[in-house]
Design a protein around this ligand. Structure first.
Ligand code: SF4
Ligand code: SF4
Length: 912
């Protein structure tokens, strides 16, 4: 049968195979695994059939604990059952995992491995979650890339059925779960042929059934529990052979060779890395590079991690190996080493001439691991006393664990086209790039890879798409460090980020901008001009924002930029590209009506015809940087927030977090961001305003506020700072009222305009309102006058400074106005227990903290525990505070019984 190649991500690949072998899926969503369950659910809704000719029964439970309970019950009753999870979700499944394994039930868990929240939440990838399940009795199978996910997902299901041991199949969260690759799709007919149908029948016969009942899950005493546990050993002993056999079958079917441990590199290698997961692809690329330099190096890719088979390990390890570096993507504080390292060490214990073995950590929370870092690991093996317990990818200047990258290497195979896109969250850039990969991957002989990096804003943040195309399968599982093409979809980014870092000499830069001619010359930063001129960059501009507006697409510039990309990148005939883009538009927007389709088709045509090639003058080589006046800022802002916001957080050393080891961050940092993300912002029309303060009440970002100025303050107001006589009774006499917009914090959501009862606000392009930034700075110096009206009224509450401002929540968020008003009422006395979810992301995404303090330095003390335990977490806080207060009251009462001066007694009595 001809190979079916298709572009998809790791989650889709796992779901495709899982569906075939699944009768029942019990699910609960958790990032980054959720798409797997969503696909299964959608396919079941469409009536897709599994290998047994039935549609999968999908049940969504109330938590991961519930999902694993349902998996256990469903398996016990004879249905092949699957689930999908990650991180804390997997940890919630652990109690049932012991049960499932203990009862030899062949369930399969597909896990997009993710960090487990500790000092901070991380939704990104590492193996900490999977490592916490080592003892459960599940077999653990690791995939390194999207194709492997497809292939090894099948091995997991087939082996579970045959061996009766449940399998946990894992791959790296985001790096693999969300990376799009052009891969071969396994056919259900082929998979069906590999299924051990007799084992399936045995499994079903063994199910709980009143026709032939058994009792399972007894309570056992010290007399037999231990022996009964050991009686299952023989089932584990055969797992490596079962897996190896199925790997051979899949290898025959696909031509891709799989073993419990795969070796890659020189047959006479002296230095070898051992690792599992997506880093193994990067390591393969690095091994190729080093082999080409004549080095004797290699790599062992661990697929079957549990049961850990010495036999299969030694089958592939070259006899010549003298030194080994083991890489773990997890951290086990206090252990002698990380799990894989300890396993490898144990393999060699007592062996003669055992190689020297060192271990290190990499990639926690999706930290990128590059070929240069892998080379540093090999370099470490070359020195007389290699560093043990090292780290790569960070600079640890506190405990000195990190390996220095002495040489930056580029290992991407010749002919690979690498493209980077700087987009603005929700502008459609990521969607457009996913589309581009599918068009190129599915319609040319190019392999394609897409990976998408986001910042921590709920929307309106920066997105960076990394796309690679090449004639060979792409193994570069790291961010693009050397690009052929860079596109910037938002003009203001030229001042915020180092967009051209890594753009190669002679590369192409496409900028969406409304600057033309002299204005472009004036506005481009000098360092960018120098880079373009010195590196012979082909520089193009397009005014996609204007085109999108004219066509009627609003802010959706994605189709225009995508068409421009196809025109410039030249991976396929442009007429064919246009045709495919237009077909994709019909597929995506067809149901939304002809007008939408027409608009997008026009966008494609204009994206191609409106490109402007800039003739770069030689004078740009000598462009001089403008002097920027440095404002007074706290150390945290200068040393942590600003580098992170410039996308340079990866360069922060460990010492930057000394004093913050417990994860504590300061309040009020969001106020320093001044993102300026709105295209249009409200302008206040004083004459029409009735001073109701409703605009301020509904603003999700606290970016529009009423201010009351006394005479003294009025005297200091900057020019053009319009106010009107304050109304509201006697207390307001002598005061002037003003509504002030913080244009650089506004997201342009329009909520304030919608609610204003007297048309006193109108949307204006942000460029016309930039003077308001200065006015905002002045308004912030005005004293708070919150005692003039009751705080419990809409108008009165808004004269109180919100202790929650400028969050990265989505524009128009419906949650944040509530928390904002709560802080206006009693933020100086709040402790917040915040469940994990949307509100923990807009509430505390480092480094941007919207919770802030009043003039006395008081404000909400905020903390987040987990997702499912927040009521209990908050309850714990409440009982602790109550208990401590009771003790204070006891002490005060005791003191009051003494003869104390009145001025000491009075505050005690008041407090009591
Ligand atoms: S447009 Fe939205 S974010 Fe901007 S001030 Fe109005 S309500 Fe606030
Ligand atoms: S909602 Fe309109 S009328 Fe009311 S304070 Fe705001 S701008 Fe003035």
């Amino acid at each position: 049968m001809a190979k079916r190649m298709q572009s998809m991500d790791g989650n889709t690949a796992a779901a495709h195979v899982a569906y075939a072998f699944t009768d029942v899926a019990a699910i609960f969503p958790i990032t980054p695994s959720s798409p797997m369950a969503e696909f299964i659910d959608a396919w079941a809704a469409n009536g897709r059939k599994n290998l047994f000719g039935q549609t999968v029964k999908v049940v969504e439970m109330q938590s991961e604990g519930g999902a694993s309970g349902a998996v256990h019950g469903s398996l016990a009753a004879g249905a092949l059952t699957t689930t999908f999870t990650a991180s804390q979700g997997l940890l919630l499944m652990i109690p049932n995992m012991y049960k499932i394994a203990g009862e030899l039930l062949p369930g399969v868990f597909h896990v997009s491995a993710r960090a487990v929240a500790g000092h901070a939440l991380s939704i990104f990838g590492d193996h900490t979650d999977v490592m916490a399940t080592r003892q459960t009795g599940f077999a653990l199978l690791a995939s390194g890339g999207v194709q492997e996910v497809m292939d090894l997902a099948a091995i997991a299901h087939l082996s579970a059925i045959k061996s009766r041991i449940p399998f946990l199949h894992f791959f790296d969260g985001f790096r693999t779960s969300h990376e799009i690759q052009k891969i071969e799709v396994l056919d259900y007919e082929d998979l069906g042929k590999l299924l051990d149908i007799e084992a399936v029948k045995t499994f079903r016969r063994n199910a709980l059934n009143p026709e032939h009942p058994v009792i399972r899950g007894t309570a056992q005493n010290p007399d037999i529990y231990f022996q009964a546990k050991e009686s299952a050993n023989r089932f584990y002993e055969v797992v490596p052979d079962v897996v190896a056999e199925y790997m051979k079958e899949i290898s025959k079917l696909t031509g891709r060779e799989y073993k419990p441990f795969n070796y890659y590199g020189a047959p006479d290698a002296e230095h070898v890395i051992i690792a599992m997961g997506s880093v193994t692809d990067t390591a393969e690329e690095t091994v190729d590079y080093l082999l080409s330099k004549g080095e004797k190096v290699g790599l062992i890719k661990v697929h079957l991690y549990r049961p850990f088979s010495a036999k299969y390990f030694f089958d592939v390890l070259p006899k010549t190996v003298k030194r080994i570096a083991v890489l773990d993507r997890s951290k086990e504080p206090g252990a002698l080493g990380e799990p894989l390292y300890e396993d490898v060490k144990a393999l060699f214990y007592g062996k003669e001439n055992a190689p020297l073995i060192v271990g290190g950590r990499y990639g926690l929370g999706s930290k990128d691991t590059t070929p240069s870092q892998i080379k540093a690991v090999f370099d470490n093996l070359k020195v007389e006393n290699p560093k043990d317990h090292f780290t790569i990818g960070i600079v640890d200047d506190v405990t000195g664990t990190s390996l220095e990258v002495k040489e930056v290497i580029h290992t991407t195979p010749e002919g690979t086209i690498r493209c980077k896109f700087w987009g603005f969250g929700s502008d459609g850039t990521v969607g457009a790039n996913k589309n581009a990969i599918k068009i190129i991957g599915d319609n040319t002989d190019y392999y394609a890879q897409g990976y998408f990096a986001y910042d921590s804003k709920k929307s309106g943040g920066v997105t960076i798409s990394h796309l690679r195309f090449g004639k060979k399968p792409i193994k570069s599982t790291y961010l693009i460090d050397e690009a052929d093409f860079v596109a910037c979809h938002k003009q203001s980014y030229v001042h915020q980020y180092d967009l051209l870092k890594g753009l190669k000499k002679g590369g192409t830069f496409l900028l969406n901008t409304n600057w033309e001619g002299k204005e472009l010359e004036k506005n481009l930063p000098a360092n960018m001009k120098r880079y373009i001129a010195e590196n012979d960059i082909h520089f193009y501009t397009i005014n996609a924002t204007k085109i999108a507006k004219e066509i009627g697409l609003g802010g959706r510039i994605n189709m225009i930029m995508q068409a421009a990309f196809f025109k410039l990148i030249n991976v396929m005939d442009i007429d064919q590209a246009v045709d495919l883009l237009k077909k994709a538009v019909i597929k995506t927007y067809g149901k939304k009506g002809e007008d939408i389709v027409k608009m997008n088709h026009e966008a494609i045509d204009k994206g191609i015809s409106s490109l402007v090639k800039i003739d770069v003058p030689d004078s740009w080589k000598n462009a001089v940087d403008e002097k920027v006046e440095e404002k007074e800022k706290p150390e945290f802002i200068k040393k942590i927030l600003e580098p992170m916001n410039k996308q340079e957080g990866d360069d922060l050393p460990v010492s930057a977090f000394v004093g913050r080891e417990d994860g504590s961050f300061p309040l009020g940092t969001a106020a320093y961001e001044k993102r300026g993300v709105a295209v249009e912002v409200p302008e206040w029309i004083a004459d029409k305003c009735i001073q109701c303060n409703q605009c301020s009440f509904v603003c999700p970002h606290s970016a529009i506020r009423p201010f009351l100025l006394n005479e003294e303050e009025m005297a200091k107001a900057p020019e053009g700072y319009s106010t009107k006589k304050a109304i509201g009774g006697k207390k307001f006499e002598g005061l002037q009222f003003r509504i002030q917009v913080s244009v650089l914090d506004c997201t342009g959501c329009g909520n304030c305009i919608d609610v204003c009862p007297s048309d006193a606000l109108v949307m204006k392009p942000i460029e016309t309102q930039m003077d308001e930034a200065k006015n905002w700075e002045f308004s912030e110096t005005i004293s708070e006058k919150k005692d003039l009206l009751p705080l419990t009224t809409v108008k009165g509450s808004q004269f109180s400074k919100p202790l929650f401002e400028f969050s990265g929540a989505c524009a128009g968020c419906g949650e944040t106005p509530y928390i904002k008003v709560a802080t206006q009422l009693y933020g100086d006395r709040m402790i917040i227990a915040n469940a994990t979810g949307c509100s923990s992301i807009w509430g505390a995404s480092a480094p941007s903290i919207p919770y802030t303090t009043n003039a006395e330095g008081k404000g909400p003390a905020w903390a987040n525990s987990l997702f499912e335990d927040n009521a209990e977490y908050g309850f714990g806080m409440a009982i602790a505070v109550k208990h401590i207060r009771e003790r204070i009251a006891e002490l005060m009462n005791e003191l009051l019984s003494f003869d104390l001066p009145e001025d000491i007694k009075a505050p005690f009595q008041e407090w009591l």
